[in-house]
Write a protein that binds this ligand. Sequence first.
Ligand SMILES: [Zn+2]
Ligand SMILES: [Zn+2]
Length: 271
Amino acid sequence: MGERKRKRYRFPKGMRPSTLEERRIFYTEEFNLEKVEEWFKHRKIRNTAFAVIVGRHSDIYLPEYADIKNKAAIIDEHRGLGDVLKYILQYLPEGVYYDRNVYKELRGCERCGSYKDCWDCDNFLGQELAFDIDPENVHCPYHGSVKDKMERGEGLSFCMIEFRRVRKLTRELYEELKAEFKNIRIVFSGRGFHIHVFDRRAVRLTKEERGEIARMFSRFAIDPWVTNGEMRLIRLPHSLNGLVSRICIPIEPEKLPYFDPRREAIPSFLF
Ligand SMILES: [Zn+2]
Ligand SMILES: [Zn+2]
């Protein structure tokens, strides 16, 4: 059983991995498909691929999925969110993601084999630009640098000092991006923040331009693989982050400075 050798993480008070039953309760009773649909107003859900990771970081997963527990299981055969939800309830994953790539036809890139080389392919129309700002990437007076944390196997743990730093960096990055783009969203990911840019111009950026942007904004402790386009999956807003038991939610920029993960985005199974 997967739950035997569960890893230990250090999170701010009240945050902890969700059990399979809690995931089931969340996706049955609380997951808001209308809000997810609203998120996708800028693109077609029908042409969007989704993915689930059943237990990579939490080590909590249904035994029948032990051999895929660390992998992203891609959902590219669906007729909409209702179907996606069926897959989620089948897998009861620790995390749900969507593919930021925009395809002409959802399954048109199957023949390309690996999606990695689709930047020049006919079926590929672009990729939503995104920034992933995570607490492990900032230095902490108590827990050290990202290297120190990785060496101790604490790459996913975080404290409130690190969280406040990423919150401030997210705000600063948002302000800088506002000078360049119009349609920007901030999302609390469960540990840190994501910034999504929906502007058409951003979707059409080349791989080289994205690499340049990743370098330009590296001081904001972003994950370069998300911004440069290599990592095309991003956590689905309004889904459950099963590692910390928090809902991944969009945040109004003016509320960002006060956002506290110990008190907000809490799924009702914790009450
Ligand atoms: Zn392709
Ligand atoms: Zn720390």
